[in-house]
Design a protein around this ligand. Structure first.
Ligand code: UD1
Length: 365
């Protein structure tokens, strides 16, 4: 008899992690029936529905519609709505992804109902509790029964926290499954021509982390750097709604008036990958983009003082630049002068992660 898996997703960084697993579990040969639940943490078309379309994710079976709110409100709203659904569905396993508030809320509800919990992208740690995602990761991993890990640091962190090694499974980075499956579509994207860009002659930027954008001084500092950089090379910044709201709140629109500084709407999955793949380099505070650029071997300067994915630095194309504008400028010069480090791709980032997870769950549920 097929096992029943509930997969819960909520926000943009979940969708490209869930898609390969959904597709693998829906294969005729797989021993699963699935229910897909979307919490509605992200609800804008281009942060949510567009990703379902780009990644061919079937419409969710259940939509909780929780929307925005404080961390407590958002987490609590997912918990209340999800509990009823899980009691009703009584699945064999619930699968969660990454580190967003919906992940945490689902983990708590699932564990209290005594349902098996699997965490995809387990064990990552920034060791910085000021990041809400770090708290979400720690609690989710403490409650999970199966920990699917992307890189060796994940195994080490979980074992150090007392998680039994036999429940820690190195499967690799599932985002790379999505990336590999969609690479052939990048040439169809119009993102380069629509924004009058030239391949390898622009920098792609994303910035949405509250620690960077909710602070006027810091946001002003970064925007000023980017405008200065745009005098040398085009800068393209698909802007998260939170960042846009802050630019307006702090009245920084006039600062970024420049023909070679392109502040654009958030992009879908294919257009965004194309923007990364054809860029000269990337400046970001995102987690996932550190992984994408490592796979694509595009230099990535991360404007954070820590990362939960150390192999993107030790093996990959990523450099942590903290808040040090001087260091960031040094790295930018290295890239523009062709002196930036050479990089490689970590083990198991090979496009077969979803299949490893399915095979494991088939044997162990
Ligand atoms: C969430 C994740 C973060 C991830 C990011 C990617 C948590 C704690 N954070 O942060 O890890 O990197 O998603 O985008 O779960 N908003 C909209 N439309 C939407 C969704 C949000 O306008 O569809 C605005 C709202 O004003 C909202 C704000 O963005 O208050 C923040 O959204 P929220 O989901 O709380 O967190 P993110 O910053 O998106």
């Amino acid at each position: 008899m097929k096992k029943h898996a509930v997969l819960v997703v909520g926000a943009r960084p979940n969708f490209m992690k869930a898609a390969p697993l959904i597709h693998a579990m829906l294969r005729e040969s797989a021993q699963f029936e699935i229910t897909l639940i979307h919490t509605g943490q992200h609800y804008d078309y281009n942060l949510s529905q567009l990703f379902f379309e780009d990644l061919n994710i079937p419409k969710s079976d259940i939509y909780l519609g929780v929307g925005s709110g404080s961390h407590a409100e958002q987490t609590a709203n997912v918990m209340v709505a999800l509990e009823k659904e899980l009691i009703n569905l009584a699945p064999d396993v619930v699968i969660v992804f990454g580190d967003i508030n919906s992940t945490l809320a689902t983990a708590v509800v699932t564990a209290k109902l005594g349902i098996k919990l699997a965490h995809v992208e387990a064990g990552l740690r920034s060791f910085d509790n000021r990041m809400p995602e770090e708290i979400n990761r720690i609690v989710t991993d403490r409650l999970a029964d199966f920990h699917f890990v992307t890189e060796q640091a994940g195994v080490d962190n979980l074992v150090n926290e007392g998680i039994d090694k036999k429940h820690v499974i190195m499967v690799g980075n599932i985002m790379i499954d999505s990336l590999k499956q969609n690479l052939s579509k990048l040439s169809d994207s119009k993102v380069i021509s629509d924004n009058s860009l030239i391949e390898k002659k622009y920098v792609a930027v994303t910035m949405h982390r509250p620690s960077n954008v909710d602070n006027k001084e810091r946001l002003t500092k970064y925007l000023a750097l980017l405008v200065e950089l745009s005098k040398k090379i085009d800068v393209v910044f698909p802007c998260h709604p939170r960042t846009l709201k802050m630019i307006e709140k702090f009245e920084l629109q006039s600062l970024i008036q420049s023909d070679s500084f392109h502040l654009i709407e958030p992009l879908g999955y294919i257009d965004f990958l194309a923007l990364l793949a054809y860029s000269k380099f990337v400046i970001t505070d995102s987690g996932g983009i550190q992984g994408d650029t490592t796979y694509l071997k595009i230099p990535c300067l991360t404007i954070r003082s820590n990362t939960e994915q150390p192999e993107t630095i030790s093996i990959g194309s990523n450099t942590l630049c903290g808040e040090d504008i001087g260091f960031l400028n040094e790295k930018i010069d290295e890239i523009l002068n062709g002196n930036y480090k050479q990089s490689a791709v970590p083990k198991f980032w090979d496009g077969a992660t979803a299949q490893r997870i399915v095979s494991y769950l088939e044997k162990n549920l």
